[in-house]
Design a protein around this ligand. Structure first.
Ligand SMILES: C[S@@+](CC[C@H](N)C(=O)[O-])C[C@H]1O[C@@H](n2cnc3c(N)ncnc32)[C@H](O)[C@@H]1O
Length: 325
């Protein structure tokens, strides 16, 4: 199999969290997402509504139509009409939640990752709605802060607009619905299917303070995997996550190389967990678990891919753990 196919490349870029917070709309509407957990219970997390993201795009306008940001936003607006589709190397599907991300969230919750982690660097690749990371943050924000904790959460998506419109709003919503935000909520959380959160300067201040108190450092990166610069992001990670990202053969080599260096680069001697959630087969696109495993082995002969969770209803879905050795 030829693994070195060239892909359309987008530059690596870091997006400022402060700038993203400043440009949020005054209200965010959201609906609950139910994550079935391995112990039979469920976790409900709020997720920004797509129609609301679309409204934000329309109401803020696109400014200078020639700028890269405007082109990006226009693409996102176009694809919000049909978010289940992805258009290779333009919009890669991050606006909607894909089902394997729920499996990955369930797995992380089953091993109690969020509650147990202390000094940890987490990278979610192709994060989109970032459900696995939301589950980790939910667990962290649901218990009192621990002094020795230092959590670095790095989120990557191909599309900067996805990080701005969906990823960051979802993180704020998860925080707001946790006990960490109890004091800044005026009353009980409304138990409605649809709801709206007002984004005030006070709310954003409280969010920033919670990040400080819980020692959570969030950074956001857009662009192609092949351009991701681990030197700039601060070196290796303890947890590398990715869901529904192995669908295209062309992109597999860069993703696999990045996952490997994200676990092993520099002088990192700590423990790592590298988890990939995916369907066994992506019909009509070419990728899948077998192709991913072959690509891992072609990149590193010693590496091992182990299935840690499997769902057999409909198309087989797996959560895999990769040991790079
Ligand atoms: C199908 S979406 C999955 C989103 C999310 N993980 C989920 O499961 O809901 C695929 C994600 O991979 C990212 N992606 C796909 N190809 C990429 C590439 N070549 N470089 C960087 N990111 C890419 C996109 O940003 C997108 O968010």
């Amino acid at each position: 199999m030829a693994w070195e196919t060239e892909t359309a490349s987008r530059p690596f870029s870091e997006l400022s969290l402060d700038r993203m917070l400043e440009t949020l709309p005054s209200k965010i509407s959201h609906s609950p997402l139910t994550v079935p957990l391995s112990n039979g219970s469920t976790l409900t997390i709020p997720r920004r509504d797509l129609f609301d993201a679309r409204f934000q795009l329309i109401s803020q306008g696109t400014g200078d139509v020639e700028s890269a940001e405007s082109v990006e936003l226009m693409s996102a607006l176009q694809f919000l009409d049909n978010p289940s589709d992805l258009v290779p190397f333009i919009y890669e599907g991050g606006l909607k939640t894909w089902e394997c991300s729920l499996d990955l969230a369930a797995y992380l919750s089953g091993i109690n990752y969020g509650a147990k982690c202390t000094k940890t660097r987490i990278l979610e690749l192709g994060c989109g709605t970032t459900v696995p990371t939301l589950c980790i943050l939910h667990d962290i924000f649901s218990s009192p802060p621990i002094e020795e904790r230092e959590i670095h959460v790095h989120l990557q998506d191909y599309n900067a607009s996805v990080l701005q419109l969906i990823t960051i709003p979802n993180i704020i919503l998860t925080w707001y619905h946790s006990s960490a935000a109890e004091t800044c909520r005026s009353g009980e959380l409304e138990d409605r299917v649809e709801s709206t959160l007002s984004i005030t300067p006070q709310l954003l201040d409280s969010f920033r303070k919670s990040l400080e108190t819980y020692r959570i450092h969030i950074r956001l990166f857009s662009g192609s995997w092949e351009n991701f610069d681990i030197g700039i992001t601060g070196g290796s990670y303890n947890l590398v996550l990715t869901a529904e990202t192995i669908y295209r053969l062309d992109s597999l080599p860069s993703l696999v190389r990045l996952m490997r260096s994200a676990c092993l680069s520099d002088d990192h001697s700590g423990e790592y967990l590298c988890l990939v959630a995916a369907k066994a087969v992506y019909f009509g696109v070419g990728g899948g678990v077998a192709e991913f495993t072959q690509c891992v082995e072609a990149t590193n002969q010693e590496a091992r891919v182990e299935t840690v969770l499997e769902k057999k209803s409909g198309v087989i879905r797996k959560v895999m753990s990769v040991r790079w050795l």
